[in-house]
Design a protein around this ligand. Structure first.
Ligand SMILES: NC(=O)c1ccc[n+]([C@@H]2O[C@H](COP(=O)([O-])OP(=O)(O)OC[C@H]3O[C@@H](n4cnc5c(N)ncnc54)[C@H](O)[C@@H]3O)[C@@H](O)[C@H]2O)c1
Ligand SMILES: N[C@@H](CCC=O)C(=O)O
Length: 573
């Protein structure tokens, strides 16, 4: 064997040794990732039909939590911490019931969590990707079987989701995020550059985690998003601080414990309930801050982005910023549309989980020719829509998340009542004596530019603008330009030519676009989710490009042949 080939063989042998030892250097990670090929499929949904085993299991699990208050600590490494800043998470449908007490981290505690992250980083980052994948695949299995009912129950009582919505979110979507992220992490790291003459030169890409920690700042409305925001960076070899929303602490803590049981080492993700601005100010002033994985409102995201910009000179790296925010999602109805689909799709989109999905229908454009029939269909459906506790299977609508949301949504209803340009055709009542209940409300507005057509309400309200059929083109333009958001949108249309025209017209009005289907209900792996314009950075969580945001690749060229001349061939005589 020539000396060059010997050297190449020695390199490969060294790599293989480190693979079999389960630990590795950058080359190990490169080669192991090439070997992996996990294929994710969507988690089947349980339907909780009367008499089903899952219904019995859930009833039993709910009994464990009913009337109870769970104590949720801050967790840094292996240490549980309880500060003097005690907070409560109440059941939104019964605010006398404190479902969890938890503790806000002080700036000192947050700094300690960053130190713990940074200690855990080096070991975690060097572990083979397969090892990290196995931990999160195990977590998916634990959620699918052993802890499914606990996650559904804590999401039902803490965030007021009915069983169907809790199953979609806390079980199916979270499991899908875990499994699809694993598949996409493997695909992302499978790419290796060309080595046209491998006997003389080997080119490799090593997929490193970022040199610092990620801040995962989570919303209340999806347990799956809470679990996903810190997990995705961790899977790619990063460490993260998990800041749950105050109104989703119980379910998020349940997920955190599952990750630890699945084998996540201490300190890789630290669980850190905290006051938003205290958390933001502390983490964004650390030189080790490397990335923000945020989902929440535009106001919070803009504030954080500006703060990062102001602190830029502090940081070791340019921080990565991912933010998925709100929407003012539309259904645009063409005169050729199928009325039955629009009415069922609109009720579901606007009112499932009380309009507290970022994708919820919030404004609808309907031609005059269809409105009388559509309106009567909508009102007919609404007669059957029940509101109440999520623990009662009959209820489609439950309570909104907290007193602040209740006050904000109520103000929109009062505003609509006060405008001569608006008519409330359904709902319009509210009551917070026991829980934060807002009746599902449909408003007809004659002013298409009113704030009710522009601002995110994030509650069970949608507004309808009825346009003259002769003004179709003008109304399309209006719908495109009325709101600064571009999250989800749907067109309802049967005519082929009109469909093409509408698709083209709304090309930049949504990140998730639906044709003859409602604006909610994206499924991981089927409709990668995220919005443009003010709705976010559109990194498509759960999609094939997301994992690339969490790696800082190292490109390595190794040459096995001694270089003997500094001259270019063109210089030779
Ligand atoms: N596009 C998406 O994928 C998506 C998904 C879910 C929710 N959302 C959006 O999220 C919003 C609802 O969630 P929310 O009410 O929890 O949002 P929010 O902006 O009020 O809070 C989000 C998180 O930010 C934290 N926070 C607030 N101020 C902070 C600060 N100064 N520094 C650091 N953290 C801070 C909060 O405590 C919370 O954990 C809606 O606008 C909804 O459309 C978007
Ligand atoms: N994935 C969800 C939206 C998540 C935001 O709240 C949907 O498509 O309805």
């Amino acid at each position: 064997m020539s000396s060059i080939l010997k050297r190449f063989a020695t390199t490969i042998a060294a790599i293989n040794t480190s693979i079999s030892s389960g630990r590795g250097n950058w080359s190990t990670i490169v080669l192991v990732s090439r070997k992996m090929s996990y294929t994710a499929v969507n988690e089947p949904m349980l339907d909780f039909a009367p008499g089903s085993q899952e219904r019995k299991d859930l009833e039993k699990t709910l009994q464990k939590y009913l009337g109870q208050t769970i104590d949720v600590p801050i967790v840094i490494g292996d240490e549980e911490i309880r500060t003097e800043q005690v907070r409560k998470q109440v059941a939104p449908f019964d605010h006398n019931w404190t479902v969890a007490t938890f503790y806000h981290a002080t700036p000192e505690v947050i700094k300690k969590a960053i130190e713990s992250n940074m200690k855990a980083r080096s070991d975690w980052e060097k572990r083979p990707l397969q090892e990290r994948c196995n931990i999160f695949l195990k977590a998916a299995d634990l959620i699918s079987k052993k802890y499914r009912m606990d996650l559904i129950a804590t999401t039902m009582i803490g965030q007021a989701k009915n069983v169907w919505q809790a199953e979609i979110d806390a079980a199916a979507e979270l499991i899908d995020f875990l499994r699809f992220d694993v598949m996409f992490a493997q695909k992302t790291t499978a790419y290796q550059p060309l080595s046209p003459s491998p006997n003389t030169t080997l080119n490799t890409l090593s997929y490193r985690g970022l040199e610092g920690f990620w801040a995962a700042v989570c919303p209340f409305n999806f347990t799956a998003i809470g679990g996903h925001l810190p997990m995705a960076p961790a899977l790619m070899g990063n460490v993260a601080l998990w800041k749950p929303s105050d109104t989703a602490v119980l379910s998020n803590y349940t997920v955190f414990k599952i990750y630890r049981e699945a084998g996540l080492p201490p300190g890789v993700i630290n669980f850190l309930p905290a006051d938003g601005p205290v958390f933001g100010d502390t983490v964004l002033s650390s030189p080790d801050f490397a990335g923000l994985n945020f989902t929440g409102s535009v106001g919070t995201f803009k504030k954080l982005w500006k703060q990062i910009a102001l602190n830029l000179d502090l940081y070791r790296n340019y921080p990565r910023i991912i933010g998925e925010c709100g929407g003012k999602n539309f259904h645009f109805v063409h005169p050729s549309a199928d009325i039955q689909s629009i009415s069922t799709g609109s009720v579901r989109s606007a009112f499932e989980y009380n309009g507290q999905k970022c994708s919820a229908l919030s404004r609808m454009y309907v031609p005059q020719s269809l409105w009388p029939e559509l309106k009567s269909k909508l009102l007919e459906i609404m007669k059957d829509v029940k509101m109440g506790s999520p623990l009662d299977r009959e209820n489609f609508v439950t309570a909104v998340i907290d007193d602040k949301a209740f006050a904000r949504i109520k103000n929109y209803i009062e505003y609509a009542k006060s405008r001569s340009s608006m008519t409330i055709i359904c709902g319009g009542h509210y009551d917070d004596s026991k829980g934060y209940f807002i009746e599902p409300t449909i408003i007809e507005t004659r002013d298409p530019l009113d704030k009710i057509m522009q601002e995110e309400i994030f509650g069970p309200i949608f507004a309808v603008y009825v346009y003259p059929d002769s003004k179709l083109k003008e109304t399309i333009k209006l719908a495109q330009t009325t709101s600064p958001y571009a999250l989800t949108g749907a067109i309802y249309v049967q005519e082929k030519a009109a469909k093409e025209e509408l698709i083209e017209a709304f090309r930049y009005s949504a990140g998730n676009f639906y044709i003859n289907d409602k604006s909610t209900g994206s499924v991981v792996g089927q409709q990668p989710f995220g919005g443009a314009r003010l709705s976010g950075t559109n990194d498509k969580a759960g999609g094939p490009h997301y994992m690339a945001r969490f790696t800082s690749p190292l490109s390595v060229k190794e040459t096995f042949v001694p270089q003997t001349s500094w001259r270019y061939p063109s210089m030779e005589k």
